[in-house]
Design a protein around this ligand. Structure first.
Ligand SMILES: Nc1ncnc2c1ncn2[C@@H]1O[C@H](COP(=O)(O)OP(=O)(O)OP(=O)(O)O)[C@@H](O)[C@H]1O
Ligand SMILES: [Mg+2]
Length: 247
């Protein structure tokens, strides 16, 4: 269970988050929508404990991560797989080493078990056989999928993905969406930030819309279709334009 209570964050004179409140139950897939620069990545980073809010709290499994000890924060972080917007792979490590990193840190797996799991996760994201490559040898979409494989490798309870399908082709987008739905079936709770309304419809149990520092919509994918908001109307309108060509 994740509880975000009255979270505020500003950078200089810019108020980015101005009283954010929402809860996420276990096994839910919650999608966060909002225009570029509105604060979605900042919100995810606060939830994972990479940024501190100026006010308010984030509770994960009843631990207030904004106030807890470093030990507790590390313990909570082990429950979370995080996919950064820019993938954020370790440049000097191979794909194998990037994915094995969390397994070595957070599990008691043997070398053979780690090898098995790395290969298994690469298969899940359709990247078999690239273990030996370094991040500079990967395309943008390959980096993103490697980051996703790294995030799911150690079986976290929560997966937080910042634009997991950015830069992917439509077949791969569908595959990643299916993966997120499969994670839910295994009991994993996900928060996904995306600009892709079709993906939001495909995977979300609930959608949050971030606007002007606040969550102004918190409801089902069906309900958001009828929500009066310019940004949502544009997202839907442009996705329908492409549907015309899909037929
Ligand atoms: N570390 C930081 N220092 C100063 N300002 C920051 C920092 N991180 C984010 N910001 C500012 O906070 C605002 C929200 O940024 P954020 O990255 O959360 O946007 P976003 O909604 O994820 O946008 P996008 O969809 O383009 O990724 C932006 O104005 C950004 O410049
Ligand atoms: Mg962002």
């Amino acid at each position: 269970m994740i509880k975000v209570k009255n979270v505020y964050k500003r950078f200089g004179i810019k108020n980015v988050l101005c009283g954010i409140n929402f809860d996420i139950s276990s096994k839910e897939i919650v999608v966060i929508l909002g225009s570029s620069g509105i604060g979605k990545s900042v919100l995810l980073k606060i939830i994972v404990g990479l940024l501190k809010p100026d006010a308010g709290t984030v509770e994960i499994d009843n631990i207030n991560i904004t106030k807890c000890s470093t030990f507790d924060l590390q313990r909570i972080r082990r429950k979370i797989g995080y996919v950064f917007q820019e993938a954020a792979l370790f440049d000097s490590l191979t794909v194998y080493e990037n994915i094995a990193f969390g397994l070595k840190m957070f599990t008691t797996f043997t070398e053979d078990e780690i090898k098995f799991r790395v290969i298994e996760c690469l298969k899940i994201v359709n990247l078999e056989g690239i273990e030996h490559l370094k991040p500079y040898e990967l395309s943008g979409g390959m980096k993103k999928r490697t980051a996703l494989a790294r995030a799911i490798a150690y079986n976290p309870n929560y997966v937080l993905c910042d634009e997991p399908t950015m830069g992917l082709d439509i077949v791969m987008i569908h595959k990643i969406n299916k993966l997120i739905i499969d994670l839910k079936k295994k009991g994993i709770t996900s928060i996904v930030v995306t600009h892709d309304i079709k993906s939001a419809y495909e995977i979300a149990d609930r959608i949050l819309l971030l606007y002007d520092g606040k969550i102004i919509f918190n409801g089902t994918p069906l309900a958001i279709k009828y929500y009066e908001n310019d940004y949502i109307k544009k997202l839907i309108k442009y996705s329908q334009i492409y549907e015309k060509y899909d037929k």
